[in-house]
Design a protein around this ligand. Structure first.
Ligand code: HAM
Length: 416
């Protein structure tokens, strides 16, 4: 028997209600905030991710799905959404539009991770990207959208963590201080952090292993190293968040797992925190467009993992509307009745009324049981007698009352 590949899952109908609910809330809010939908391919030139997320990150070093196509081109399954959207922004000259260009997407991302609750090899992201403005008010707006999105889903037990990781001017000084500090602890660091110390020192702060906590607790804080411009940008972001009444926690150890970030970074984590719990994460990436060959173009965005949202919706027992059910179920007995049932089902669907036709090879009792399990409001029963009279029994499944209605009047009766 084949099984879905490890770290992937099938999304069966009973789960689809959550997906539809989340996608509709996301689309509604994006429209309110002026974000337009965009979709990029599932695979890209592998260098797009390797250069932007950068070596030294787990995603690029260990997790990308890379393959060669038949022409020998090296491609990668989409590891995240930001770099592809920036590529599309440049490729289609969206810089000629009024800035910032605000885009959102919903789609799968692929990372070869060790699967566990909330961490998959194929997960789905809802993401937004606002490209073309450095205004700190835009950072606050994007964070407000993130918060409103989670609240509108019915989630409430989360914290917003906020930090600034500076720019090309101030970050190198900080990294030097960080390396100097961690060098004193080198012998005690976990093997990953030994490598990070050389290849990606910022990520040292993010390590959750007990062996690395002592070094992290006493590490220099990036906020003490920000240049005056980054200081003032970060102050403004915080000021605007206060104006909007959005609570946040400053977290000087928040650095994010992708290398393109500059200045503002943020993550939303459930109050009951686990190791892989971020509901969403994002920040500024003011150098990314230039790195991809464009003019210097500041930008900010976030992405949220839909599977993690669903886990949290279930945990918080949030009410999600069920998928719409069919209105009626048509049961019939005999070949002639089947003919009428086929005609009637087609007519009802033409009128926009959702119906299910039972298979008819069961007893009437069996067919009505099927109607009951489908949760339809009505059952329409057609037997030989009804065919002769060109009528049907219309049964209200809620109160078990029934009446005989001419076949030609069923659609009108159900439309009411
Ligand atoms: P990220 O933090 O790598 O950021 O992923 C965004 C969100 O996707 C995470 O907060 C988490 O909810 C979810 N996620 C990530 N990996 C997995 C996984 N293996 N299984 C389940 N869920 C996962 C980005 O991808 C950036 N592109 C976000 C961004 C947009 N920054 C600026 N704009």
């Amino acid at each position: 028997m084949y099984k879905a590949p490890r770290g992937t899952s099938d999304i069966l109908p009973q789960e689809q209600a959550y997906w539809k609910y989340i996608e509709e809330k996301a689309a509604y809010l994006c429209q309110l905030y002026g974000f337009q939908p965009v979709a990029t391919p599932i695979f890209e030139d592998s260098q797009l991710f390797a250069r932007t997320i950068s070596g030294g990150t787990d995603i690029v070093d260990k997790e990308m799905y890379i393959f060669e196509d038949r022409s020998g081109q090296k491609l990668a399954l989409r590891a995240e959404g930001t770099a592809p959207v920036c590529r599309a922004y440049l490729e289609h000259g969206l810089f000629n539009l009024s800035q910032p260009v605000k885009l959102y997407y919903i789609g799968p991302a692929f990372r070869y991770e060790r699967p566990q609750a909330g961490r998959y090899r194929q997960h789905h992201q809802f993401g937004v990207e606002a490209i073309g403005s450095a205004d700190p008010a835009l950072d606050a707006e994007v964070i407000e959208l993130a918060q409103r999105f989670l609240l509108s889903l019915g989630l409430s037990r989360f914290y917003i963590h906020l930090n600034s990781i500076g720019c090309n001017l101030c970050q190198p000084n900080y990294i030097e201080a960080l390396q100097h500090h961690y060098s004193g602890y080198r012998a005690h660091l976990c093997p990953d952090c030994q490598t990070r110390l050389l290849k990606n020192p910022l990520r040292l702060l993010d390590c959750k292993k007990a062996s690395c906590q002592k070094a992290a607790e006493t590490a220099p804080k990036i906020l003490d190293f920000l240049c005056p411009e980054c200081q003032s940008h970060f102050q403004s972001v915080q000021q605007y968040l206060k104006t909007l009444g959005i609570p946040f926690k400053l977290n000087h150890r928040l650095v994010r797992g992708l290398d393109y970030y500059t200045r503002t970074v943020f993550e939303v984590v459930p109050q009951k925190e686990g190791a892989q719990s971020a509901l969403l994460g994002g920040g500024r990436y003011d150098n990314l467009i230039e790195q991809l060959g464009g003019k210097p173009t500041p930008a900010v965005g976030f992405a949220s993992g839909i599977e993690r949202l669903i886990l949290n919706l279930k945990e918080e027992k949030a009410n999600t509307p069920p998928l719409p059910k069919p209105v009626a179920c048509i049961a019939y007995l005999g070949e002639e009745a089947k003919n009428e049932a086929i005609k009637l089902a087609s007519e009802l669907r033409q009128a926009g009324i959702a119906v299910i036709k039972t298979t008819g090879d069961k007893s009437l009792k069996g067919q009505l049981r099927q109607a009951n399990s489908l949760g339809t409001n009505y059952a329409i029963i057609i037997g030989e007698r009804e065919v002769r009279a060109q009528s049907a029994i219309l049964r209200d499944m809620m109160n078990n009352k029934q009446k005989i209605v001419p076949l030609s009047e069923i659609t009108a009766a159900l439309s009411q």
